[in-house]
Design a binder for this molecule. Structure first.
Ligand SMILES: Cc1ncc(COP(=O)(O)O)c(C=O)c1O
Length: 409
C-alpha cells in the first residue's frame, strides 16, 4: 500500500469513527431525553402553541364535564433521564419535552410496573375572573414530589424545573382551560422508574411526565353541594408509621379501592381511614385531609406523619388562623372527639372543600351527625371554602395571598 493509500485508509477510519460516535451520542441523547419517537418532530407546533391565544376553545361544552378524561388535549410533557444522571439532567426545555398527547412506551420489565417505583401529583389550572390562567401554589407540589422522590430513591426534579414544566404544559394547552366558573384544567404529574430490569432494585431510567384534562366544576354555581357521609373503617388501614403514607406514592391508592367500593356499597360516599395504632385515631378521608370544627371557634386536623401533607390542608390552616381567628390544633384527633364537633369537612385539590354531614363508625354502626341533621354545610366550612375559591379565582381583593397564585405566562 502506498503512503497515500495508508493516509486514505486512516482518514476513512477517522471519518467512520466520528460518524459512529455522533450517531451513538445522538441515539443516547434521544433515548435519554426523548421517548415516543413517532412524535419527535413537533418543534414548530410547540413554538406555535406557546405563543397562541390563551382563550378557551369556544366549541367545547366544558360545563357538561365531570372529573375525567373529557377530551384529548394537545400536549403532554415527557422527559426521561438515566440513573446516575442527577437532578440537573431533567430538562425545562419545552421543545424537547412537549409532545403530542398520546400513549407512552414502556418495557414490561419497567420498575414502575413490577415494583411500583412511582409518584404522582394533582394540581389545577384555573381561569380567573379577569380571564388570566393560574396555578395554585405549584411550588408546594414541587416540594412534595421532591420529598417523595427522596423516599422512593428517585432522582429529584429541581423545583424550578417542575414549576416551569407545569407552566409550559398549561400554556401549550391553554385552550383546554375552561372559562371562568366552568371547571379547571387538572394536571397529573407522574414520576416513575421506566428502566427495564428483573432485579428488585431502583430503576435504571426515570420518566417525568405530565398530562392534563379539563374537568368540571366540583361546586356547581348557585347550589351548595350536599354534605357527604363518611364511614370510619377499622379493619383496613392506609398507612403505618415508617411507611409511605406521607408521600404521594402511586402504591398508596390501589389498596384503598376495595375499601372504597365496600363503603359505597353500604351507601356512604367515602371511607374515613383510621390509624393502625387503634383508639379511633383519624387519619384521612379517601384522597383528602380531614378537619373538625368546634363551637369555641377552634378547628382540629390530624397531625402530619402517616398522612399526606395536603396543600389545601396547609392553606386551610393558614386561612382559619389568620383570616377567621380560629385556634388550629394539628394533633391526634379521635372519633370520640368528633362527638363535640359542630362541623366537619375534608379538603383536597380535586374536591376543594367538601362538607361532611356525618361519620358512621362501621364496627359499632353508630353515626355522628354534624349540624342539625347533617344536611347543610356549616358556616365556618362555607366561609373557608368561599375564601379559598376567591383567592384561586381572583374574585376579591385577596392581595394577602397573591403569592399563592402562579400566573401562566
Ligand atoms: C391521600 C390524600 N390526602 C390528601 C390529599 C389532599 O392533598 P392536596 O390538598 O394537596 O390536593 C390528597 C390529594 O392529593 C390525597 O391523595
Amino acid at each position: 500500500m502506498t503512503v497515500e493509500g495508508k493516509e486514505n485508509v486512516t482518514r476513512d477510519i477517522v471519518i467512520t469513527g466520528v460518524a459512529l460516535l455522533l450517531q451513538g451520542l445522538t441515539s443516547y441523547y434521544f433515548s435519554s431525553k426523548c421517548c415516543e419517537s413517532s412524535s419527535l418532530s413537533n418543534d414548530g407546533s410547540v413554538d406555535a402553541a406557546l405563543s397562541k391565544s390563551m382563550e378557551p376553545d369556544p366549541s367545547t361544552p366544558f360545563e357538561s364535564f365531570g372529573f375525567g378524561l373529557n377530551v384529548e388535549v394537545d400536549f403532554m410533557w415527557i422527559d426521561r433521564i438515566n440513573e446516575g444522571a442527577g437532578s440537573a439532567a431533567y430538562s425545562s426545555e419545552p421543545r424537547l419535552c412537549l409532545k403530542p398527547m398520546g400513549e407512552i412506551r414502556l418495557h414490561p420489565a419497567a420498575t414502575v410496573l413490577n415494583y411500583g417505583q412511582s409518584l404522582f401529583e394533582g394540581m389545577k389550572a384555573f381561569r380567573r375572573v379577569d380571564g388570566s390562567i393560574a396555578l395554585f401554589r405549584p411550588e408546594r407540589n414541587a416540594s412534595r414530589i421532591k420529598s417523595g422522590a427522596a423516599r422512593l430513591l428517585i432522582p429529584p426534579i429541581p423545583e424550578n424545573v417542575f414549576v416551569k414544566a407545569c407552566n409550559d404544559l398549561v400554556r401549550a394547552n391553554a385552550k383546554w382551560v375552561p372559562p371562568y366558573g366552568k371547571g379547571a384544567l387538572y394536571l397529573r404529574p407522574l414520576l416513575f422508574g421506566s428502566g427495564a430490569a428483573l432485579g428488585v432494585k431502583p430503576s435504571t431510567q426515570y420518566t417525568f411526565c405530565i398530562y392534563c384534562s379539563p374537568v368540571g366544576d366540583y361546586f356547581k354555581k348557585g347550589s351548595d353541594p350536599k354534605p357527604i357521609r363518611l364511614q370510619a373503617i377499622e379493619d383496613y388501614s392506609r398507612a403505618a408509621p415508617g411507611g409511605v403514607g406521607s408521600v404521594k406514592a402511586a402504591g398508596n391508592y390501589a389498596p384503598c379501592f376495595k375499601v372504597q367500593k365496600e363503603v359505597k356499597e353500604r351507601g356512604y360516599d367515602e371511607a374515613l381511614f383510621l390509624s393502625v395504632l387503634g383508639n379511633g385515631v383519624i387519619e384521612e378521608a379517601g384522597a383528602s385531609n380531614f378537619f373538625a370544627v368546634f363551637p369555641d371557634n377552634s378547628i382540629m386536623t390530624p397531625s402530619l406523619g402517616t398522612i399526606l401533607p395536603g396543600i389545601t390542608r396547609e392553606s386551610v390552616i393558614e386561612l382559619a388562623r389568620n383570616r377567621f381567628g380560629c385556634t388550629v390544633y394539628e394533633r391526634q384527633l379521635t372519633l370520640d372527639d368528633l362527638k363535640d364537633a359542630s362541623e366537619a369537612f375534608c379538603c383536597g385539590t380535586g374536591a376543594s372543600i367538601t362538607a361532611v354531614g356525618s361519620v358512621n363508625i362501621a364496627s359499632t354502626e353508630e353515626s355522628i351527625i354534624f349540624g342539625e341533621d347533617g344536611t347543610t354545610m356549616g358556616p365556618l366550612t362555607k366561609s373557608i371554602k368561599e375564601s379559598l375559591l376567591a383567592i384561586q379565582m381572583g374574585t376579591n381583593a385577596e392581595s394577602n395571598y397573591s403569592n399563592w397564585i402562579h400566573r401562566i405566562e
